[in-house]
Design a protein around this ligand. Structure first.
Ligand code: DLL
Length: 432
């Protein structure tokens, strides 16, 4: 079963024609209505007439999170406020939040985009989706909510947190699918086990997980723990929210809804386009948004694009799993380290639980990295030798992957803080 099949299976020529038409409309609109873009284009010596097709995309200016902050709250909107029916915002760790807006039509397009994802995951009428992403300024809750309603799925708008209540509803409301961050899914599963409930005894069959980087190894652990199919959903508030990209059952990269958001990969240093298959920074241009159509928005997410056909038949271009955010990249003694690399190693080790944190510090002007991983129940009561052996094994596997000697510390079960939303994987103790 597919939703909006036409846009998902366009031929290359059809897609190019549609993307070109929508890009030209968008560029004209922002030139007319957003002084920021008009000025940028004037400074670059281009006019909307220079954009004749999607091939001219890279003539356009980039947009950054800082640009959104500089025009806080509504300065980059391309429509009058009377046409904006909803705003969301992302808090960010520093500075002002970034505010995003939607027209009525944008909300509808967003719901369609999420509906495509859910359909690809195998959702059907009769499914009961418990939305445990936060409702509110965060886009996760409302994004999933409207998409699910669009295809007639029953929604339980539980929002994030209150884990015992989540579990009660899963059991008593017959929840068949759970939408939350992968780290929260683990936490829910673990709490069920602690309460003596077998997660596999519920009606749960599907998970809609995203909003934070996670690995294939994490997917396997969640699938095993909850007895479900764990599907990946990607998105960011600046572009729309959840529903920008999704994986299908072939689990071979994420399909980007590229009739709505045109992706590029650029080298983050030179800002030159990279070819298919080469990793770099993901950049999106919104070609069907009314309220906030951003041009070439630099996501800071690192991945690659894949234009080879997928067995599912969708012709939407794919992107690899996000390997990390450039913001999360640690540079330890000259070596680049992402939390996802550490995750991929530790989740393969039988004696540890999938809970970890990277602790960065500075000692004698040198950056140091320690990885703290929770031991599984039982290991701590084993001999010191077991602990040492496991620590050594992780250290040596991290060394083969990173070429870096990282101190690994096994900590007692349930000592690493659990997350109800986006997990915090890095604790930075360096003085800023
Ligand atoms: O996290 C939107 C969302 C909600 C996506 C629910 C999926 C599910 P922001 O708070 O603006 O929006 O954060 C966006 O989260 O740039 C990525 O770094 C990260 N991210 C989102 N989805 C994934 C994913 C929402 N599936 C930022 N895999 C993005 C890896 C993801 N990272």
């Amino acid at each position: 079963m597919r939703y909006l099949q036409k846009e998902e299976t366009l031929s290359l020529d059809e897609k190019k024609a549609l993307q070109s038409k929508r890009l030209i409309e968008t560029v004209n609109r922002v030139y007319e209505n957003v002084p920021f873009y008009r000025q940028k284009m004037i400074d670059m010596g281009i006019t909307p007439g220079d954009i004749k097709s999607i091939d001219d995309l890279n003539k356009l200016p980039f947009t950054t999170k800082q640009d959104l902050r500089d025009h806080y709250p509504y300065g980059l909107f391309a429509v009058p406020m009377e046409e904006v029916v909803r705003v969301h915002a992302s808090s960010g760790t520093t500075g002002r939040p970034t505010v995003v807006g939607y027209t009525k039509n944008d909300i509808d397009v967003w719901a369609d985009a999420v509906a495509r994802c859910l359909t690809a995951y195998g959702f059907e009428k009769g499914d009961i989706l418990q939305v445990a992403y936060g409702y509110g300024l965060f886009t996760g809750g409302f994004g999933l909510h409207y998409g699910a309603e669009k295809i007639g799925v029953t929604v339980i708008p539980m929002s994030g947190g209150n884990t015992k209540k989540q579990i009660q509803l899963i059991q008593e409301f017959g929840t068949t699918a759970l939408a939350c961050t992968p780290s929260y899914a683990l936490y829910i599963g673990e709490t069920m086990k602690n309460m003596g409930i077998d997660p596999k005894s519920t009606n749960l069959r599907l998970g809609v997980f995203g909003a934070e980087p996670w690995t294939e190894e994490m997917r396997e652990q969640i699938e095993e723990l909850l007895g479900i199919k764990a599907m990946n959903i990607y998105g960011l508030s600046e572009i729309m929210g959840p529903g920008v990209a999704f994986d299908c059952h072939h689990k071979d990269g994420l399909h980007i809804n590229d009739d709505l958001f045109v992706p590029e990969i650029v080298n983050p240093h030179t800002l030159e386009n990279e070819p298919y298959g080469t990793e770099g920074e993901l950049v999106f241009t919104c070609i069907k948004k009314e309220a906030l159509p951003l041009l070439r928005y630099r996501t800071r997410d690192l991945t690659y694009l894949d234009n080879t056909p997928c067995q599912c038949g969708r012709s939407l271009v794919r992107m690899g799993r996000i390997s990390g955010r450039s913001d999360d990249m640690l540079i330890i003694r000259g070596v680049n380290v992402f939390p996802s690399q550490v995750e991929s190693i530790i989740l393969k080790i039988a004696e540890v639980a999938p809970h970890y944190v990277l602790i960065v510090d500075r000692v004698n002007n040198l950056d140091t990295l320690e990885v703290w991983v929770e031991a599984k129940e039982g290991i701590f009561t084993d001999t010191i030798k077991t602990l040492e052996r496991v620590e050594k094994q992780i250290t040596s596997e991290l060394f083969s992957l990173l070429g870096l000697h990282v101190k690994v510390k096994l900590v007692e079960p349930k000592t690493i803080e659990r997350s109800e939303g986006k997990a915090k994987r890095i604790i930075d103790r360096r003085q800023k």
